[in-house]
Ligand binder design. Structure first.
Ligand code: TXA
Ligand code: MG
Length: 313
């Protein structure tokens, strides 16, 4: 049994002591709950991969408590600095060349000479990392391929007994994983859409972002098509549920089921996405999902839905 603890100074200290001993601590972030461990400790990282059942070729994001901590880990170009100044702390991950002073172990980077860095906005996550004093790696705190957790209870449902402590920071406000931009190669490249929107990034950069191709070497790890997979089969862009289907709506509609946002608000829809998918997955074998407009945050929502719907069989 893993305890769920509210965030206060005593539980933050306990969490940091688990991290120092190579343990695993689930922490809230503004996007989804992350499963944190000492980024410099390969034994801890191996335990983390095992707890998630994650393919070890999938590199992890190192989470830092300050820009200074980030600069010790990676070589920032001017454009990366611009994005960090504009969007950190917040749901943006930057992929950069690893610095000679970097402390993140090879296993966490899957042997790449690049590193993904994020400075989260959630005060609980930042306090934990600052108290620990070094970067933590933190993939979403779910079993690999399962739905990302947006509540402490979701973490417990997936990882009870496999992690040392779950810090409860309430529901995640963003509900979708961070936007990932890579500065490896000739042009800044969007590797994963998220709640920091492409147009906002391009406005700060003053150039357009390249898009990673599916199956592209560098982005392949995290771009597994079946990454966000509920057990139920998903039918996307549905206009109404068919017999035997649970319904996940968007905008005003009359169907029985759940609604990501009755008012058609994409921010609300993103925050509800994973918990509603999880709820319907427990109830039904098939889920019909309403059309989500592919603009703004809709791009990230549709990306997650496409992955959740994908089957290799
Ligand atoms: O919002 C988030 O980013 C959450 C919270 C917990 O912070 N974390 C998260 O981590 O989504 P994870 O492990 O589920 O996703 C990490 C992504 C993967 O797509 C991985 O391939 C990519 O980051 N990644 C990590 N290092 C990379 C690198 N060096 N080059 C390219 N992609 C990288
Ligand atoms: Mg994940």
């Amino acid at each position: 049994m893993t305890a769920i603890a509210p965030i206060e100074s005593s539980t933050l200290q306990l969490a940091a002591s688990f991290l120092r001993k190579g343990g695993l601590v689930a922490m809230p972030t503004e996007t989804v709950y992350g499963l944190a461990c000492d980024a410099s400790n390969p034994d801890a990282v191996a335990r983390l991969y095992a707890a998630k059942g994650r393919p070890s070729f999938n590199p992890l994001i190192a989470h830092v408590a300050s820009l200074e901590m980030a600069q010790a880990e990676a070589v920032f170009c001017d454009a990366a600095f611009k994005l960090a100044h504009a969007f950190w702390p917040g749901p943006l991950t930057l992929v950069l060349p690893v610095a000679s002073t970097g402390t993140v172990c090879d296993l966490a980077r899957s042997g790449l000479d690049t590193i993904a860095l994020r400075l989260p906005a959630h005060p609980g996550a930042r306090s934990l990392i600052a108290g620990f004093g070094r970067p933590v790696v933190a993939p979403s705190a779910n079993r690999s391929g399962h739905i990302s957790p947006t509540l402490a209870e979701h973490v417990k449902a997936d990882l009870d007994g496999k992690v040392d402590l779950i810090l409860d920071g309430g529901p995640c406000t963003q509900g979708i994983e961070s936007t990932i931009v890579s500065f490896i190669g000739d042009q800044p490249t969007l590797l994963r859409a998220g709640t920091v929107e492409t147009s906002a990034l391009e406005a700060v950069l003053g150039t357009s972002l390249a898009r990673a191709d599916e199956g592209d070497g560098i982005s392949a790890p995290g771009q597994l098509k079946s990454h966000y997979a509920p057990n139920a089969r998903l039918r996307l862009n549905a206009s109404a549920p068919e017999a035997g289907e649970a319904w996940l709506g968007f905008g005003p509609d009359e169907a029985n089921g759940l609604n990501l946002s009755p008012s058609g608000n994409l921010t609300e829809a993103a925050a509800n996405l994973f918990s509603m998918l999880r709820q319907l997955d427990a109830e039904a074998d098939r889920i019909a999902v309403a059309h989500i407009p592919n603009e703004g945050l809709g791009e990230a929502i549709n990306d997650r839905l496409a992955r959740a719907a994908h089957r290799d069989d």
